[in-house]
Design a protein around this ligand. Structure first.
Ligand SMILES: C[S@@+](CC[C@H](N)C(=O)[O-])C[C@H]1O[C@@H](n2cnc3c(N)ncnc32)[C@H](O)[C@@H]1O
Length: 550
């Protein structure tokens, strides 16, 4: 039985199915939504008697078809995952590459067998940091990690999906004019999944991240383009190597029974690109000096104490900074203190970090932004966006301003911005972080802040700030906010909203949601942009500043 390409959905997905199902699937393809065709193909192919055919087929379905998932409040809001973002880029590139009158043929050449080496011309850099090349028949996209638009490469086919295939980069045959291999500073680059962009200049990386935010707003916000202002410049990180104050290398181990006395030391490091195994990493020059030293000593510790580990583990390396103010030399140039750096490896121990003159202490395992070099510029920017200078009312008195810090962690924004506000309220789901936020506020002389532990939406029960004098900073995890929170935010209708996110796709979705559901409040997007918190990687920290017209 020959697998043949028979079905196209409106989104131009295609499916390989045994040929005797052609007729049926063709009917389905023109009359049914894509998920029906997909489900049909899946049900057919999952039959036990088809097991042999299945193993010889390229995979039928797109990345990670849902197994039975636990139903959570966020099931409908799973947009913005790496797979989802990559698929958007793939579909966009296919559409852009095809002429208007493009008709997919009913029969096409079979796909190259897995492990075949093919030559490809890279035309686009995806938001997930991969080079993309379109097949000659314009039916499929090849995803090539570590490649740059303009590169001609030799790649090995690893896995097929309906509209794309993943590959390994084997050789750059003709380099793009933008490729600068002499910039690469890590010997693991090209294998390790940590960095994607070391062969690109800092400017190129930031221009790319600018486009990532532009595309995120265009594809994920569902907003009319007229409502989306031009994206601001991506603010650079003062250092683009040696900036990470936290590393979490890991190693695998036996499922049960622990390591045997003669077991070899496992590979300790980060995941290999495109694979599910760990790459042994002796040094990571993205880390700060002290965490790089910590990596070496922790690797030795694991080697020397392997039998004490029952299974694999994730190691924690976190920079902590003490400032020795008493050692001020009055004749010295700034800064007027000496810094002592240590590497903390126990998640329950406390680390200290400084943002300008603000001191933060928090458990090493808790969330804190991990590029300290950019934090002062970043928090100054956020403060300017949140704070509206008090206007004089008709009696000539100043009005007050209030701040809500949703998803506040250890109090970064409350503390760096709090002195500008009459009153501050922070909320976080982690009681550990809230405890740190309270102590940090006290230590930094911020006495107007109240912190509560709970789901972000719980803060609306407590808050009695006047909406027109209130600013809200939102900094949720990668999955973004849930609708319950956004709904209540709109009911409060604060004057300004500053949305910060390490996932600009869920940020775009949530900002779009706010504008679309804010009937009567008329929010507008004042500013959009990003900070390059994560140089050498495809990640960017985005911001959106929203204001309510009065
Ligand atoms: C990206 S971090 C931001 C923390 C803080 N703003 C900072 O910059 O240090 C996201 C925070 O959201 C918290 N969080 C996650 N889900 C939450 C929820 N449903 N309600 C409140 N906080 C939540 C996490 O504990 C984490 O501290």
């Amino acid at each position: 039985m020959n697998p043949r390409l028979v079905a196209y959905s409106r989104q131009l997905h295609c499916y390989l199915v045994p040929s005797h199902l052609n007729q049926h699937l063709l009917l389905q393809s023109y009359n049914s939504p894509v998920h029906l065709i997909r489900d049909f193909a899946r049900i057919y192919m999952s039959g036990a008697k088809r097991a042999n055919e299945l193993s010889s087929f390229p995979r039928l379905l797109d990345n990670r078809q849902p197994r039975k998932k636990k139903k959570t409040a966020n099931t409908q809001r799973s947009e913005g995952s790496i797979d989802d973002v990559r698929l958007h880029d793939i579909q966009w590139l296919l559409q852009e590459s095809r002429p208007n009158n493009f008709e997919p043929p009913l029969e096409v050449e079979p796909l190259p067998p897995l492990l075949t080496q093919i030559e490809l011309s890279i035309t686009m850099l995806s938001s997930t940091g991969d080079g993309l090349a379109v097949s000659e028949d314009l039916l499929r996209v090849y995803v090539v990690p570590f490649s740059v638009p303009g590169d001609k490469v030799l790649a090995k086919v690893v896995k097929h999906f309906p509209s794309h295939s993943t590959t390994d980069l084997l050789e750059v045959k003709v380099p793009s004019k933008d490729r600068q291999d002499d910039l690469v500073f890590c010997k693991y680059f090209g294998k390790c999944s940590g960095c994607q962009f070391q062969m690109l200049s800092d400017d190129y990386q930031r221009n790319h991240k600018h486009k990532v935010i532009e595309k995120a707003m265009a594809n994920f916000s569902n907003l009319d383009p007229s409502l989306i202002p031009p994206i601001g410049e991506i603010m650079p990180s003062p250092i683009s190597q040696g900036y990470r104050t936290k590393l979490t290398p890991h190693f695998d181990g036996p499922r049960r029974g622990g390591f045997k006395p003669d077991a070899p030391t496992p590979d300790i490091g980060f995941q290999m690109t495109g694979r599910h195994f760990v790459l042994d990493i002796e040094d990571c020059p993205i880390g700060t000096e002290i965490v790089r030293t910590g990596l070496k000593s922790q690797r030795k510790y694991v080697r020397d104490n392997l039998q004490t580990f029952k299974r694999g583990a994730t190691l924690l390396l976190r920079e902590s900074t003490e400032r020795n103010i008493s050692s001020i030399d009055p004749n010295a140039s700034l800064p007027p203190y000496k810094e002592l750096k240590t590497c903390v490896t126990n998640s329950k121990d406390f680390v200290t970090e400084w943002v300008g003159a603000f001191k933060f202490t928090y458990p090493a395992g808790a969330f804190f932004q991990n590029n300290n070099s950019i934090l002062l510029n970043f928090t100054n920017f956020v403060r300017e966006q949140l704070y509206v200078p008090p206007t004089s009312d008709h009696r000539g008195e100043s009005t007050d301003a209030y701040l809500i810090d949703a998803y506040c962690g250890s109090g970064l924004f409350s503390i760096c911005c709090g002195h500008k506000f009459k009153s501050v309220m922070g909320i976080d789901i982690s009681s550990q972080s809230i405890e740190s936020a309270r102590k940090n506020a006290e230590e930094n002389g911020i006495y107007n802040a109240k912190f509560i532990t709970g789901n972000a939406e719980a803060l609306f029960a407590d808050v009695d700030f006047p909406p027109d004098k209130t600013s809200v900073v939102i900094d949720p995890p990668r999955k973004g906010c849930d609708e319950l929170f956004l709904d209540q935010l709109l009911k409060l209708a604060p004057r300004r909203i500053v949305y910060i996110s390490c996932n600009v796709h869920t940020m775009a979705r949530d900002v779009g949601w706010i504008l679309q559901h804010a009937t009567g409040n008329n929010y507008m997007i004042e500013k959009l942009g990003g900070f390059d918190f994560f140089p050498q990687t495809h990640h960017v920290e985005g911001y959106a500043v929203l204001s309510k017209s009065t």
